[in-house]
Write a protein that binds this ligand. Structure first.
Ligand code: PMP
Ligand code: GLN
Length: 383
């Protein structure tokens, strides 16, 4: 293995899920739902297989899916030409990796907010670039906020791109308009490309609004907007994602993508197109369900003694383990499955500098109520 990939031999999600499986623990570590997506979408995929949609789809993705993606993005006031400005990928993960490979040169710098989703650091390394990490800071209201001064300080002459994930995994923060406007101003000032990971775009709670960075003034021409069907329609294993942006950027991403996987997921593409077009009410129901699950798990964690932080989106809530007498979240997460039969993920696994995050653990609430309740019952045994 080349040295630049040595830090990436395994992922914290795979390790924790393996530990959960080995010990029979309730898995609130890896974020994936334990119920299926809309029945009409599942039927559409089955129909597509029966109808012979089983060979290579077109390079940019099937036309009906690209049209459905462009139509779905109109809710944000953004418009994309399905023929030149939308690319279907093998999940958001491939779109992020292909964006880095296509848009960043070896030696360039890419700015990430910390904690960051693990694939970002690996994708930056695959491209031979260097990451510059800007920590989110915990605000008084328990939200993790963007420090625009720290961001400005992290941008230098070699900075080429910034990767922005909102709603944010693992903190559940949804970047607000002021934060996004500040990021946008810096992108324009320093002529940066923005790559946004919006896979949790439909999962925001308490009326908090998701604002795509690419919808802000001056950003359309410099933003690759990435999302995926996995979190929108409970189909994380289908790996249907997409990248939208100006034709020049999207064709660059396609140049890299076509030599990574070429294409993928033929029969799932018409099914996701169907869901994007006809199942927005189902997604609204999912959002309401997950908001209730966020409340259920947050209350349970608080009752068990954790210092629960505020989550306004995603599948995740973060909790401080210090009130329970533990200093290190990673140590606790490694012991938790054996100790009480629950798996969670230490947030320091998403950081370069674990310091400020050492005591923070991420729990996933995208699970059936009885699974959340069983985990909470077990977590009460910690005290
Ligand atoms: N980005 C974030 C922030 C995620 O949490 C995940 C994991 N679900 C992904 C990307 C991966 O998305 P996909 O499965 O579409 O590749
Ligand atoms: N995105 C999911 C999480 O954050 C899991 C993805 C993965 O296992 N790579 O838990």
């Amino acid at each position: 293995l080349v040295p630049r990939l040595e830090p990436f031999t395994s992922t914290i999600f795979a390790e924790m899920t393996a530990l959960a499986t080995r010990t029979g623990a309730v898995n609130l570590g890896q974020g994936f739902p334990d119920t299926d997506g809309p029945p009409s979408m599942l039927a559409a995929a089955q129909r597509a297989i029966a109808d012979g949609v089983n060979q290579y789809p077109p390079g940019p993705g099937r036309p009906e899916l690209r049209a459905a993606i462009a139509a779905q993005r109109e809710r944000y006031g953004t418009s994309f030409d399905p023929d030149t400005e939308v690319l279907v990928t093998v999940g958001a993960t491939e779109a992020v990796a292909a964006s880095m490979l296509a848009l960043v040169e070896p030696g360039d710098e890419v700015v990430l907010f910390e904690p960051y989703y693990d694939s970002y650091a690996a994708s930056v390394a695959l491209a031979g670039a260097t990451r510059r990490v800007v920590p989110l800071v915990e605000a008084e209201d328990g939200r993790f906020a963007v420090d625009l001064d720290a961001l400005a300080a992290a941008i230098g002459p070699r900075t080429r791109a910034i990767l922005v994930n909102s709603p944010h995994n693992p903190t559940g923060t949804v970047f607000n308009r002021a934060e996004l406007a500040g990021i946008a101003a810096l992108c324009v000032e320093h002529d940066l490309v923005a790559v946004t990971d919006e896979v949790y775009e439909s999962l925001t709670y308490d009326g908090v609004e998701h604002v795509p960075l690419g919808s802000l003034p001056g950003m359309a021409e410099r933003t690759v907007t990435i999302s995926s069907a996995g979190k929108m329609f409970n189909c994380t294993g289908w790996k249907i994602g997409w990248a939208c942006g100006p034709a020049e950027l999207v064709s660059a991403v396609k140049a890299a993508k076509q030599f990574m996987t070429f294409v993928g997921g033929a029969p799932f593409q018409p099914a996701v197109a169907h869901a994007l077009t006809h199942e927005s009410a189902w997604v609204g129901g999912l959002r309401a369900d997950l908001e209730a699950k966020r409340d259920r798990l947050s209350a349970g964690l608080a009752a068990a003694g954790f210092g629960v932080r505020r989550s306004a989106g995603t599948y995740f809530v973060c909790a401080d383990v210090r009130p329970l007498g533990f200093a290190d979240g990673a140590e606790l997460c490694w012991r938790l499955p054996e100790l009480i039969g629950v798996a969670a993920v230490p947030v320091q696994g998403f950081t370069d500098d674990p310091g400020p995050w050492r005591h923070v653990v991420r729990f996933a609430f995208c699970k059936r109520d009885e699974v959340i309740d069983e985990a909470v019952t077990r977590l009460h045994r910690l005290v």
